[in-house]
Write a protein that binds this ligand. Sequence first.
Ligand code: PEP
Ligand code: MN
Length: 263
Amino acid sequence: IVSRKNQPDSTVIKVKDTLVGGKASVMVAGPCSVESYQQTREVGEALKEAGVPILRGGAFKPRTSPYDFQGLGIEGLQILKRVGDELGLATISEIVDPRHLEEAIQYIDIIQIGARNMHNFELLKAAGETRTPILLKRGLAATMEEFLHAAEYIVSRGNTQVMLIERGIRTYEKWTRNTLDISAVPILKKESHLPVLVDVTHSTGRKDILAPCAKAALAAGADGIMVEVHPNPAVALSDAQQQLNIPEFHNFLSEVKESGLFK
Ligand code: PEP
Ligand code: MN
């Protein structure tokens, strides 16, 4: 179903007033984790000012260590809803457990399935039973075929509103957190009709190369970019070293927009 052979026209997904996969490029930004109303609202205001329509923020965090901050859970989704409603932003958050889906869709506009759960077939099937747009991340070591099969699990259950997002893969390279597989973008666009985004933050883990990587993604045909932004990254409860502060975010956006690649 996700194959372009099956559907030549690109899928366009409407989220609030924003079209993902249409003619215009889409920016998704926000903190790694929702930490408080104030923190989320501050980022939301920066997005609003910049004309960025989709606010991200993790509430259920799949952390490597069980001793690290695990997220605010449902309360985090409620904060996202409040800020989204107040500022007119669409919201996105990761869900890791099928049992949370029903409640989560009351609060958020897009459900993210994270890299660690791309192979969680029961979660994919449950996401396919909802009619809420899904942002599906590429697994840490997933091939293109595995990635598209994961999407197929969702759409085959009737939820055709799936967006794919490249977020870097594991390689031997240590100077980036993951290796941004830029070739994934034209391949996914060619093989599938689903929108394709690139998460430049988790791909690289490096603030100093986000703008060139975003430009490369757009040049390769990406429909949108995801980036992490925090009012005070130094005290962030997760991914402190890779999140942009608000002035850095505005600079990042200007640089990407000035390239003319962000349509
Ligand atoms: C995230 O976007 O918050 C996240 C945890 O990313 P990934 O699943 O790509 O590691
Ligand atoms: Mn993060």
